[in-house]
Every structure is written in structure tokens, then in C-alpha cells.
Design a binder for this molecule. Structure first.
Ligand code: GTP
Ligand code: MG
Length: 261
């Protein structure tokens, strides 16, 4: 499973291919910093989380298990991140996992008082995975500030389930659990609104994607890779040219220290 390998083990792309066949379903908690991810993590796992620290790292993912309807889930608490395009080291751990960890469900945790800003990351995640939901946390704070959020409109506009939570009191956590279960088990199939790229960029992405997928079988997020190539990302380009893109991704996933800059 994730993060259990030692630093010295030889990492190769076989690992990325075995992810979909794993038995325990994996749920990721993603979101901007300070939105309450770890508080939700503790609620769901009953404070029994195991925090994995990798040598020399100040930030890391935390993993914990929780049971829903007799099924065991592995929950991954990710460091906060503002964008999947960011290059700061602590944000890379979250970014690499969201992009390449292929979770069965991704909970996008938002601050109810700063929804607009938080939706930037939400849209980026919705671009990558359909199996996601929006958890609008700190709903008590928003209410206190007189902020009202129309859940139905948001669900309709975003195409994914929206749940209001107060992770401190536990409000909404049962509903969150139900939705996680339904998404991870493909009972609910969200249809997230995708961002439309400009026509000329989309055409280039459409050409690059199959080439990337052919060169690196089993890769996820080939669209993200294509966009990075079009942007002139030197690291990604070198990894594609040298044929070691998957090794680089796996390394980032395993040691929690993403190398994709
Ligand atoms: N009032 C209120 N406080 C909350 C809620 N959820 C979390 N908090 C508080 O918000 C603060 C940040 O919570 P964390 O769970 O550490 O946030 P995080 O998203 O894990 O933060 P990073 O890991 O730094 O990104 C803590 O003081 C929590 O107690 C909530 O729903 N309502
Ligand atoms: Mg946290």
C-alpha cells in the first residue's frame, strides 16, 4: 500500500498498475490549507490515524482506516494545497497523490467562508477525476458571518455531490460517509463540470494524450501531463524524453516527496 516502501527499494511503474486492483478502497482528503481536512480525518478514523513521516520531510500524508457498512476504507489526509500547478515541496505531496494515486473517491474540502477561492482547486481536481465530492466545511463559521450557500445550485452547477459539514461538532459527517461510500463503490457516478480549453490547445492536448498513454501504459492524468508539456515544463519534458516518467511519478507517490516540478 502507499507509503509503506523504504526509500531504497527499487520503484518502477508496475506499482502504478497494481493500484486499481487493490482490495481496500482509497479515499483522499484534498483541499486548500486550513480547511479542516485533518479534523475530518480524525472524525472518520476515530482519531486512530497513523502519520507516516519520511526521513527529512517536514510534511507528509497521514493514513488511517475507517469502516463503512462493513467495508474497510483507507483514508489519506493530504497536506493543504492551493493548486495542482504549484511547485512548492509540501504541496507536491498532495498534488502527486491527487494526480497519480487514483483514489476511489476524493473529498474536496472547502472553507465555507472562502468558497470562491477554494473552488479553483476544486475545478482542477474535477478535471482529473469524476469520483469526487465537495465537502463545504466550517459551515458554522460561515453561518456566523451571515454567508448563505445554495447547495442545490452548487450541485447542479458543479455536477458533484455537495455536503455541508462542521467537522468540530460532527455535523454532516454521517452524510459525508454515505456519499464517500456511494462514490467509492460506483453507486453514485458524479459528472463534474469540466473546464473547456481553448480550441487550439484542446486540439494539441487531444494529439498528445494518446501518445503519452501509449508511451507510458497505465498512466493517469495524461491530460495534465500534456498540458505541462505544452507549457514547456522542463522536468516533465525531460522525463518524457528519457522514458522515466512513470518511475518519477511512483517515486513521488511512494516517498511523499514529489519530484515533478
Ligand atoms: N469552527 C470550526 N472549526 C473547524 C472546523 N473544522 C476544522 N476546524 C478548525 O480549523 C482549524 C484547522 O483545521 P485542520 O483540520 O488542521 O485543517 P487542515 O485542512 O488539515 O489544515 P492543513 O493540514 O494545514 O491544510 C483547527 O483549529 C480546527 O479545529 C469546523 O467545521 N468548524
Ligand atoms: Mg491537515
Amino acid at each position: 500500500m502507499f507509503g509503506r516502501k523504504t526509500k531504497n527499494q527499487n520503484l518502477n511503474f508496475v506499482q502504478i498498475e497494481i493500484l486499481p486492483s487493490r482490495k481496500t478502497k482509497v479515499v483522499a482528503l484534498a483541499g486548500n490549507p486550513n480547511t479542516g481536512k485533518s479534523t475530518i480525518f480524525n472524525r472518520l478514523t476515530g482519531l486512530k490515524q497513523h502519520t507516516g513521516n519520511w526521513p527529512g520531510k517536514t510534511v507528509s500524508r497521514a493514513e488511517g482506516e475507517f469502516i463503512l457498512n462493513d467495508e474497510k476504507f483507507l483514508l489519506i489526509d493530504l497536506p493543504g494545497t492551493y493548486s495542482l500547478l504549484s511547485t512548492s515541496e509540501d504541496e507536491e505531496i498532495a498534488r502527486d497523490f491527487i494526480l497519480f494515486g487514483n483514489p476511489d473517491a476524493t473529498v474536496i474540502v472547502c472553507d465555507a467562508s472562502a468558497l470562491e477561492r477554494n473552488l479553483n482547486l476544486a475545478f482542477q481536481i474535477m478535471q482529473i477525476t469524476n469520483r469526487c465530492l465537495l465537502c463545504i466545511n466550517l459551515i458554522d463559521e460561515a453561518k456566523r458571518k451571515g454567508i448563505e450557500i445554495d447547495k442545490d445550485v452548487l450541485e447542479k452547477e458543479l455536477g458533484i455531490p455537495v455536503i455541508f459539514t462542521n467537522a468540530r461538532s460532527g455535523e454532516g459527517i454521517d452524510e459525508l460517509k454515505e456519499k464517500i461510500y456511494a462514490i467509492a463503490n460506483r453507486i453514485i457516478k458524479p459528472n463534474p463540470r469540466k473546464i473547456h480549453l481553448r480550441k487550439e490547445i484542446q486540439e494539441k492536448v487531444d494529439k498528445l494524450k494518446p501518445l503519452i498513454e501509449k508511451a507510458f501504459p497505465g498512466i493517469y492524468s495524461s491530460e495534465w501531463i500534456a498540458l505541462r508539456l505544452l507549457e514547456g515544463d522542463k522536468k516533465i519534458r525531460a522525463a518524457v524524453e528519457n522514458g522515466n516518467l512513470l518511475e518519477m511519478i511512483n517515486k513521488g507517490l511512494e516517498n511523499g516527496n514529489g519530484e515533478l516540478k
